[in-house]
Design a binder for this molecule. Structure first.
Ligand code: UAG
Ligand code: ATP
Ligand code: API
Ligand code: MG
Length: 479
């Protein structure tokens, strides 16, 4: 358990103790286990040491020792418990990440898309693969629910151990900025890290944009010299990510010279045509932003040792991840696009793409959008403004209101709109009613973007997750 760990002291009894399970949450502790006391955002795990022991924990990892030391318990005192969870769990599970080729993708947008494409690509190249993503986790063909974009440090090691057990050779994972700051990736040996982009999101958590950039940079700072640090050169923070890394520095770009240079040739509602390092291919993903994702995926695969030609052939057959530019065209030719755009930049990219590939301005753009509750409030007026700028009609509605009042979120969004923009927008807080309204307003040829929830199959309101699936709602209303 203690290899590579930064331990201050071990006290109590006995130093060599057998541990059956590891837990981060006292509520789940079972007899014979080890409990990690980690200070968190809402509370401090140190408060639950006693409960964990009552439930049968035999070992405790903590930063501060409790006032009462029990002789039959082993206390491992460390400087920083969050960073020791993954390292100890990696020891416990016998270093699963070293038996896999693990690539982590970070960036405000594009993580799920890239990780899912890599998973599909490597499967089509004949490998057994693991995937850790916002939509779901996969161990080869087995699908497991995902609660977080990046699982907690214990679950990560356990999932990777299961991947090894099932014969997987690769694992593609999303590294959210929360996860990096909280050291969920500690103890994972990465073969590579990918940076897609950084734009406004999560300032509720990181407070400043500088902190948010720094959070992502830590992923690259910790890479070993045998790994690759692949970044988007067209994002001005791309090279910032590489400043202090020991890893091999590589970049992709659509605009300038790069190790992986893409040239976009065509874009339509069916896909895009792009030349990569001189080879031209057709892909079934839509929009310039997806050209970046495709470049990142192509580059990662080549850097992992796959043959360029084979990668291109396999990649050109792949379709977008669920809820990402997902399209339904009705019999009367209304086009519905379900997309997980939940940041200002994502929304702007999707809308710019729609504007650039529609046949003419006769095809009106109707955008339905909301913003999540208990999350970054600064993005609300920005997202409303972008929706108004690129659309003929805007339907403001609820996303996942969580513990906030939907009306308050809508008011925050409307603050971004000038009077003429307000005249082309309506607010309908019930999401289903809002979708119905948007659909009714559309005529043949019009395009309705339903943004923000993508693959999600629930709507979270005041602690309850109600069944809700944008795509299904549209299908039902069409029927
Ligand atoms: C704000 C945040 O990121 N919180 C995450 C964090 O929780 P925390 O450690 O701060 O938890 P806490 O509630 O303060 O508790 C502190 C400690 O006491 C323990 N505890 C608490 C209560 C108790 O009775 N017993 C007990 O032992 C907890 O298990 C924890 O170890 O660490 C936990 C384990 O790793 C996460 O489950 C939890 O995610 C919460 C549920 C969450 O909603 N996180 C979101 C914001 C998030 O992480 N999102 C990113 C995606 C963002 C993106 O889109 O890019 C993600 O990776 O999913
Ligand atoms: N490379 C990109 N650049 C900008 N926007 C993108 C890019 N890729 C995807 N998007 C937009 O962002 C949305 C979310 O994409 P995706 O799920 O791949 O991102 P993510 O980084 O995993 O998001 P999350 O942080 O929620 O996990 C897409 O639906 C699309 O609108
Ligand atoms: N991983 C993102 C998802 C946001 C999705 C959106 N539908 C919302 O609920 O705000 C977050 O936690 O910020
Ligand atoms: Mg994601």
């Amino acid at each position: 358990m203690v290899n590579n760990c930064k331990i201050k002291q071990v006290i109590g009894a006995p130093e060599k103790v057998e541990v059956k399970h590891l837990f981060l949450d006292s509520r789940r502790v079972t007899p014979g286990s080890l409990f990690f006391a980690v200070p968190g955002v809402l509370t401090d795990g140190h408060q639950y040491i006693e409960t964990a022991i009552e439930k049968g924990a035999v070992a405790i990892v903590c930063e501060q020792l409790p006032s009462t030391i029990l002789q039959h318990i082993t206390y491992i005192q460390v400087e920083h418990s969050a960073s020791q969870v993954g390292v100890m769990a990696a020891n416990f599970y016998d270093q699963p990440s070293e038996k896999l080729k693990v690539v982590a993708i970070t960036g405000t947008n594009g993580k799920t898309t890239c990780a899912t494409l890599l998973y599909e690509l490597f499967r089509s190249l004949g490998y057994k693969v693991g995937l850790l993503s916002t939509i779901e986790n996969r161990i080869d063909t087995q699908i497991l629910d995902a609660q977080l974009t990046t699982p907690d440090a214990l679950s990560l090691q356990k999932l990777m151990a299961q991947m090894v057990e099932q014969g997987c050779t690769h694992c593609f994972m999303e590294a959210s900025s929360h996860a990096i700051v909280q050291e969920r990736l500690a103890g994972i040996a990465l073969k590579g890290a990918v940076f897609t982009n950084i734009t406004h999101d999560h300032l509720d958590y990181h407070q400043t944009f500088k902190n948010y950039i720094y959070a992502k940079k830590q992923l690259f700072d910790k890479l070993g010299k045998e790994a690759f640090a692949l970044v988007n050169f067209d994002d001005k923070r791309g090279q910032v990510m590489q400043q202090n890394t020991k890893a091999r520095k590589l970049g992709f770009s659509l605009k300038s010279m790069a190790d992986f240079k893409g040239k976009l040739k065509a874009n339509s509602f069916e896909g895009l045509q792009m030349e990569i390092n001189g080879r031209e291919s057709w892909f079934r993903l839509i929009g310039d932003f997806n050209a970046y994702n495709l470049l990142a995926v192509y580059a990662s695969a080549v850097l992992l040792g796959e043959k360029e030609e084979q990668v291109l052939t396999a990649l050109s057959g792949l379709t977008p991840a669920r809820g990402r530019f997902d399209q339904i065209v009705s019999k009367d030719n209304r086009r519905f696009i379900i997309d997980y755009a939940h940041t200002p930049d994502a929304l702007e990219n999707v809308l710019k793409t729609i504007q650039s590939i529609r046949q003419s301005k006769e095809e009106r753009i109707i955008t339905l959008v909301g913003c999540g509750g208990n999350r970054d409030k600064e993005k609300r007026p920005k997202m409303a403004k972008i929706a108004a700028e690129y659309s003929d009609l805007v339907v403001l509605t609820s996303d996942n209101p969580r513990d906030e009042e939907p009306e308050t979120i809508l008011e925050d969004m409307k603050k971004g709109l000038q009077s003429e923009e307000l005249t082309k927008s309506v607010s309908i807080s019930d999401r289903k009613d809002a979708i119905r309204y948007a659909m009714e307003q559309a005529q043949g040829g019009d395009i309705v973007l339903v943004a923000g929830k993508g693959h999600e199959t629930y709507q979270e309101i005041k602690g309850t997750k109600y069944t809700f699936d944008d795509k299904q709602v549209i299908r039902d209303l069409l029927a």
